[in-house]
Structures are given as structure tokens and as C-alpha cells.
Design a protein around this ligand. Structure first.
Ligand code: SAJ
Length: 419
């Protein structure tokens, strides 16, 4: 098959490379010249194991070509971002623009697949409508389907190949064709349904996680009120064979779990109350963290706070929607000085410092991201840099005994148990 993959971001690029390495001729399209040059030079993000090697290989053997424009193909795959607008509705402008960009090249008998995470009904109402406007019947002339990705950043290639997938077309023929296309490289089970159910499934997976984390965060707040340790409580509760409570933390970040539930809230017209409330609880966590910092220091004005980690989660370099950004903004609004260190983030919206500079003279250190490097920190050495040996661990990842014996006071989110 000749396949045109539009959008060479964190899903589009590995998808294009996998399609190319499994017998297809692939044109990878991106409107950004810089993105294409970067891919040519590096082979893609270094933190994704195996990706650079794979991309360089398929570029070299010619099975993947990069281009600024789509071209005639047998199948088109749309992998565009779907951010949320200010009012928390889905911003489909990238999906619409990409669909319009392929339409001059789409002809009878083609398959068009939407990979982007979208509100239920988008394939049927938005993409199909654009296809129809071009004079093609979206149920007869072309096959339209949705095939959402479900992969975890940091494990992209492995999960794209091995994780089970859900796919659904507007017609049975479209469903069968999308299955066939992806089965060239997907080893996981491919579950087939209709397009709107596939869109819904993708959203409920991430919303399930958001609601579960909100529950854990609520438990953390209750545990602080009860002067007990939420981590201990959750660990014991999770021994029950039918209980699986997630981990509390400083809030939910990233461009998936912190965004996708809004798409269900949007179509729910007031009926998706649980998911809306979970979003509110998780979005409030940075405020809870800063209120805790304020209680620890008396007042924040004029104090220096060192922030460890601005990525949205451990061992990735992505700070999008990270709770750290909200924590820093709140600290600033309260007149605190701050300095942040992150060993993974390369492109930061905020000024980052080296570890020593971040901790120098700090009255309080807040650990936001559970990067593995923070397990190796030496509290004795760091103790000589700071003004106050006080650390707020929002992930319960530090070895309390090690830090305490180096003269630090360790305060943990969700734990106010007397010791
Ligand atoms: N988090 C917690 N407590 C937890 C788990 C996570 O506070 O117990 C926080 C993390 O620190 C992070 C946020 O939640 O800030 C999201 O992290 P994550 O690891 O749960 O998820 P993502 O956003 O990196 O990836 C998710 C995955 N979805 C599910 O696990 C259901 C992934 O499989 C999806 O493909 C991805 O969203 C996506 O692209 O939609």
C-alpha cells in the first residue's frame, strides 16, 4: 500500500516508520519545515527507545519519504493534535485543516483513517462532511475509520506494536480495511467496532484514569485532615482483590489525561458530572500543594522555593499541562522566588536552572515530578546548599530515613501522620 501519514508528531512519526518498515511505501507529511529537518537530522525524539534507529533506517532505504505536502495514495492517516480551547471545548482546527489538505488527493477507493483523539462523532460528522463536500460519498466512494492510539510516552514503539487496539469504520468495509492496514505491524489484538464507539473507548480509558486519580487525590486531602498516611491506606486497600486505587500527586498533566475527559464533558451537556468533577479536583491539586508550602513557611513572600521536576510525569521531557507550571505560577503570584531543575526537559516554557543553582539558598524544596534521577539525590550534599532543610515530596518517592538522617524535614503530600 502507498500510505500518506499527515502530522509527524509523537504518534505520526513512529506510525509512519512502522508502516514503512512493514512493507508499505509511506509519505510522511508535516507542515513544519523545521519538524521535517529535525527528523531528517535526528530520526525523532531521543527518549523513545529504538525510534531514531527505525526512522533513519526507513529514510535510508526509501520506504519512508518526508514531504511538506500530501500526495495521491491508497490510504491516508491523520495524526494531528486536538488541544482544548480556553472554554474546554475541543479544538478541531488541526484535524479539519489536515483533512482539507488531503482532499485534493483523495480518490474513489481510498481509505482515510483518523488517529487523533476526538470527541465522539467527529469521524462521522466532521471528517465525513468534508469528504462529502468534495463530492465523494463517505460511505461508498471512500472508506473512513477511526483508529486511536493508546501508547505511553517513553514506550511508544513497544506499545504501538504490542498493545491491543480498537478500530472502527463508518461501514463494515471501512472497519475491515483499517484492520488490514494496521495488522501489517500491530501484534496486539485489534478490536473492531464502529467509528463513534472507537472514539468513545479512547476517551473513557483516559477518563477512567483521571477519575481514579481524582479519587486518590481526594483521599490524600482527607488523610491530611485525619492525620494519617494516604499512601499506607491505599496500599492496604489495594490488597483487596477488586480494588485498584491510583496514586495521588500534585495534579494530572500531559496532553492526554488532562485533556480528553473534557471531550466527554463537552458532548455530555451537563450530564458528565463525575468526569467534570474529577477534572476540577485534579486541576486544584497545584493550589493544594502551594497552600501546603505556605503553611510550612508561614508566608511565601520573599522566600525561595526550589522546584524539582517540571515534566508532567517521571522520566519524560514533556512539560505540557504539567502541574509544575501551575505550582510555579501560584508561587510567583504569592511573591515567592523560585528556581526549577529538570534533568529531562530540553524545551522549557520556563527558565530552568542546574540542580545546585536551583537549591542554593532555598527555604523550601518541592519535588513535583517522579524522575528516577531524584532517587539518587544526596541529601547531605544538598543540605549544604539550601537555607532550610525542608522538602515537600508530592510523589512519596524519597527515602524518608535517608533524608531525615541528613537533617532534612520531609513532608509528604497526603501524609500528616505523627511520627
Ligand atoms: N498520575 C497520577 N497518579 C497516577 C498515575 C498518573 O497523578 O496514579 C499523573 C501523572 O503524573 C501525569 C498524569 O497523571 O501527570 C498522566 O500520566 P499517565 O502516565 O497516566 O498517562 P499519559 O498521559 O502519559 O498517557 C495516557 C495513557 N492512558 C492510559 O493509561 C489510560 C496512554 O496509554 C495513552 O495512549 C495516552 O494517555 C494518550 O495518548 O491518550
Amino acid at each position: 500500500m502507498k500510505v500518506c501519514v499527515v502530522g509527524l508528531g509523537y504518534i505520526g512519526l513512529p506510525t509512519a516508520a512502522l508502516m514503512a518498515s512493514h512493507g508499505n511505501i509511506v509519505v510522511g507529511v508535516d507542515i513544519s519545515k523545521r519538524a521535517i529537518e529535525d527528523i531528517r537530522r535526528t530520526g525523532g525524539p531521543a527518549e523513545e527507545p529504538g525510534l531514531q534507529k527505525l526512522v533513519k533506517g526507513v529514510l535510508k532505504d526509501g520506504s519512508l519519504r518526508l514531504s511538506l505536502k500530501p500526495e495521491k495514495s491508497d490510504a491516508f492517516i491523520l495524526c494531528l493534535p486536538t488541544p482544548v480551547n480556553e472554554d474546554k471545548t475541543a479544538d478541531l482546527s488541526y484535524v479539519v485543516a489536515a483533512t482539507k489538505s488531503i482532499l485534493p488527493f483523495v480518490k474513489k477507493g481510498n481509505l482515510v483513517v483518523l488517529e487523533s483523539t476526538v470527541p465522539p462523532g467527529t469521524t462521522e460528522k466532521v471528517v465525513a462532511k468534508l469528504v462529502k463536500a468534495k463530492g465523494l460519498d463517505p460511505r461508498k466512494d471512500v472508506d473512513l475509520a477511526h483508529a486511536p492510539e493508546r501508547v505511553l510516552p517513553g514506550k511508544l514503539l513497544d506499545e504501538l506494536v504490542n498493545v491491543d487496539r480498537v478500530m472502527g469504520g463508518l461501514t463494515d468495509r471501512a472497519t475491515e480495511r483499517v484492520r488490514k492496514l494496521y495488522s501489517s505491524y500491530v501484534k496486539g489484538k485489534i478490536m473492531l467496532t464502529d467509528a463513534t464507539t472507537a472514539e468513545f473507548v479512547k476517551l473513557i480509558e483516559n477518563s477512567y484514569r483521571d477519575v481514579n486519580i481524582a479519587f486518590a487525590n481526594e483521599l490524600a486531602i482527607l488523610s491530611e485532615m485525619l492525620a494519617i498516611n494516604v499512601w499506607e491506606a491505599i496500599e492496604i486497600a489495594n490488597h483487596h482483590p477488586r480494588v485498584d486505587i491510583h496514586r495521588p500527586g500534585p495534579g494530572v498533566g500531559g496532553h492526554c489525561i488532562a485533556v480528553d475527559p473534557y471531550f466527554l464533558v463537552e458532548i455530555g451537556e451537563g450530564r458528565a458530572e463525575l468526569m467534570a468533577q474529577a477534572r476540577a479536583i485534579n486541576s486544584h491539586m497545584p493550589q493544594h500543594v502551594v497552600a501546603k508550602a505556605e503553611r510550612l513557611l508561614g508566608r511565601l513572600k520573599g522566600k525561595k522555593v526550589a522546584v524539582l521536576g517540571i515534566a508532567y510525569k517521571g522520566n519524560v521531557g514533556d512539560p505540557r499541562e504539567s502541574p509544575a507550571l501551575d505550582v510555579i505560577q501560584l508561587l510567583e503570584s504569592k511573591g515567592a522566588k523560585w528556581a526549577a531543575y529538570d534533568p529531562h526537559v530540553k524545551y522549557s516554557p520556563l527558565k530552568l536552572s542546574a540542580l545546585e543553582a536551583a537549591l542554593k539558598g532555598a527555604d523550601l524544596t518541592i519535588l513535583i515530578t517522579d524522575h528516577r534521577e531524584f532517587l539518587e539525590l544526596e541529601p547531605k550534599e544538598l543540605g549544604n546548599l539550601v537555607k532550610g532543610r525542608l522538602i515537600l515530596d508530592t510523589r512519596r518517592m524519597l527515602d524518608r530515613a535517608k533524608w531525615t538522617s541528613a537533617g532534612w524535614r520531609v513532608v509528604c503530600l497526603g501524609d500528616s501522620k505523627k511520627r
